[in-house]
Design a protein around this ligand. Structure first.
Ligand SMILES: Cc1ncc(COP(=O)(O)O)c(C=O)c1O
Length: 408
């Protein structure tokens, strides 16, 4: 089999070595930074992470009978936070179309307090269908725009009250931690209330941030250093030759699970001075990243034919994905076969590490489970050479032809 190593992981940190080092020196700062940036029409509130800002919002709105309408799959942390604050019978699922890129049906509710929208795969879902719903229920709309479209817009739609962003490890923009949300200055109470909740949280210890960042060093090398990854894949091939248990696929799975880019346990913290300094330095650094992501992704799309695009990227609407992750969809029963196929070519890939469905039963849940189980991350294009992108696209076409031959 023709081998060509793709020297890119399913993740990428848009961060050069100097900036990586600067996040360490920022820990020495004694400067005080404000937890909010006031603009003419809105306030930008800074937090320890995107998930902590979301939990702060739910704490602010918390009452035992909070009624929420939400998109079917959420980042694990968002799913868990919603299940913590909202009773299952009060969590109503918004039906998306089969491509997960449009709203198909809004739940018919007597009362709704909050709508929570997550945007997927580097583009925004059009929220126009919610205009009437918002007027009727006078509800708040919160959106997870971490994997949404361009940040030239503060939110995906004018009806959104609280768009939330992450500045975590592989995010846009990047500060190796942190997150922010925008709130319109008309919501004075909401701004004051959420800021008070953040200010009362225990502050992140500088030593902890130092250790967390130190642990990211191998991750940085795996995701960003093409030479490091190429040598590692070659070494792993030797090991795999003697012991089939050690494959690139098994390694990628175990590494991503053991080294998440975020803090799962103590995320309800107030950002330290060092983190705030890093955030202030990079909070508006999204443009170059978006241009890089869009340029590389467009080339990837150019290398694919329409059939392959429709099969693997059903949500594609002609706009470049602005997520760092190169996400595909594949029929649930073919996921293992597909991952093994890519692994044969030493192409690193992982099953969906990001999204989860809710635990409670609801109508149509099986469709969401199926969709969610079919999500796969393949090498992230920003770090790839054109010939690698072409090689990757050709492998997708090869797999597509293979399964269509098999099924006649
Ligand atoms: C879509 C999405 N939402 C939310 C988050 C959580 O961000 P944070 O780690 O800043 O809490 C992530 C992080 O991976 C994400 O990909």
């Amino acid at each position: 089999m023709a081998r060509r190593i793709i020297k890119a992981a399913p993740d990428y940190l848009a961060l050069n070595v100097l900036e990586f080092g600067r996040h360490f020196t920022n820990l020495l700062t004694s400067k005080e930074f404000k937890l909010s940036i006031e603009h003419e029409k809105h306030t930008r509130i800074l937090g320890y992470s995107c998930r902590s800002l979301f939990e702060v919002c739910l704490q602010y709105f918390d009452n035992r009978d909070l009624v929420v309408a939400t998109t079917p799959i959420q980042h694990t942390s968002f799913r868990n936070i919603l299940e913590k604050y909202v009773k299952p019978e009060n969590l109503h699922i918004i039906r998306l179309n089969t491509n997960f890129n449009e709203i198909q049906k809004i739940p018919d509710l007597k009362k709704c307090d909050i709508v929570v929208i997550t945007h997927y795969f580097g583009q925004d879902i059009d929220l126009t269908p919610f205009v009437e719903f918002k007027k009727k229920h006078n509800c708040f709309i919160i959106e997870d725009r971490v994997q949404g479209a361009t940040m030239d817009l503060l939110a995906s739609h004018e009806i959104v009250d609280i768009p939330i962003y992450s500045m975590g490890m592989d995010k846009r923009p990047i500060a190796l931690g942190g997150g922010f949300m925008y709130i319109d200055n008309q919501h004075e109470d909401l701004i004051k209330g959420t800021m008070k909740l953040i200010a009362e949280l225990p502050i992140e210890k500088t030593g902890k941030r130092f250790k967390d960042m130190l642990k990211k060093l191998p991750t940085y090398l795996f995701y960003n250093s093409r030479i490091f990854l190429a040598i590692f894949i070659e070494l792993l091939r030797v090991v795999t030759f003697f012991n089939k248990k050690f494959s690139l696929l098994e390694f990628a799975k175990a590494y991503r699970a053991k080294n998440p880019g975020f803090d799962r346990t103590t995320y309800m913290s107030k950002p330290s001075k060092g983190l705030l300094k890093s955030m202030y330095q990079h909070i508006d650094d999204y443009k170059d990243m978006e241009e890089l992501f869009a340029r590389k992704y467009s080339y990837f799309i150019e290398c694919l034919d329409p059939e392959t695009i429709a099969y693997f990227i059903p949500w594609y609407k002609g706009e470049s994905s602005l997520a760092v992750y190169n996400t595909l969809q594949i029929e649930e029963h073919l996921v293992d076969q597909f991952l093994e196929f890519l692994t044969e070519y030493d192409i690193s890939c992982i099953t969906n590490p990001t999204y989860k469905v809710f635990n409670h039963e609801y109508e149509g849940k099986e469709i969401d489970v199926k969709f969610n189980n079919g999500i796969v991350y393949i090498p992230s294009t920003p770090n790839m050479k054109k010939r690698e992108i072409r090689f990757l696209a050709d492998r997708l076409k090869e797999f597509y032809d293979l399964i269509h031959q098999e099924t006649g």
